[in-house]
Design a protein around this ligand. Structure first.
Ligand SMILES: [Zn+2]
Length: 244
């Protein structure tokens, strides 16, 4: 762990009062949620399509049963708990230091940690709606049904409120996230290598003082950043002291 860099991050956070955290899959890996795009051996043995295909809108429509098989096995982790990164960000918000979290994750762990202002760009596994009558179902209902989950009320298919490939992001959520980023005095990019657009392009709205990148691998924004830390994000944020 690079203590000099962590001290610098601490100083930046101490000086800032409208921090926005922009996060991706790497934030949840310390909660044992793997990135579904990672091509592990098990995945190759189990599925005959690449993950990007299986979480596309057309695949959902044409191969609904296989979609739910992949979705339940590779995208929903009900036992996952918030890690030190989630908890510290919630603490920063409570202390009036952090104004919003913008996340590409769908696991709901920020809310579980206590964060209130969370823009979920790609939706959440915790919200599911009947395609016909729009009745709400929680994630447990979806997970406990075998195969395709159907509405108790009308028999429609219950679709997770998760943005699939080929589907657009929610305009209101995007606008809220852009406004928060444009208004921020510090932007922390964490656990994402910023390859997924349009989410990644939202960073361009930042006009604040400090840009910090906390990511295991190099990102396209490292050159612009005032600070880059490659140590595990939970370990890094876990060391930050919250002073209002
Ligand atoms: Zn229904």
């Amino acid at each position: 762990m690079d203590q000099e860099k962590i001290a610098k991050l601490q100083q930046m956070i101490d000086e800032s009062h409208k921090i926005v955290f922009f996060g991706g899959a790497g934030v949840s890996t310390e909660s044992h949620i793997p990135d579904f795009r990672s091509t592990d051996g098990l995945y190759h043995q189990t599925y005959k399509y690449p993950p990007e295909v299986m979480v596309s809108h057309s695949f959902y429509v044409q191969h609904t049963e296989e979609f739910f098989d992949f979705y339940k096995n590779k995208m929903v982790f009900l036992d996952a708990k918030p890690n030190k990164a989630h908890l510290k960000l919630a603490e920063l918000e409570k202390a009036g230091k952090l104004s919003a979290i913008v996340t590409q994750n769908i696991d709901g762990l920020h809310q579980m940690a206590g964060s209130k202002k969370v823009y979920e760009l790609h939706g959440s596994v915790h919200r599911n709606y009947c395609e016909k009558c729009h009745r709400f179902y929680d994630v447990n209902y979806v997970m406990k049904t075998k195969g395709i989950p159907y509405c108790e009320e009308c028999g429609g298919i219950i679709k997770p409120d998760v943005v699939l490939y080929e589907e657009g992001l929610d305009g209101n959520i995007m606008q809220g996230a852009i406004n928060a980023i444009a208004d921020a005095d510090m932007l922390i990019i964490g656990g994402t290598s910023l390859v997924v657009y349009p989410a990644a392009g939202m960073i361009d709205y930042f006009r604040g003082k400090y840009l910090a990148v906390l990511n295991r691998d190099a990102t396209s924004r490292d050159k612009q950043a005032d600070l880059c830390i490659t140590d595990p994000i939970g370990e890094v944020l876990g060391q930050i002291k919250v002073r209002s």
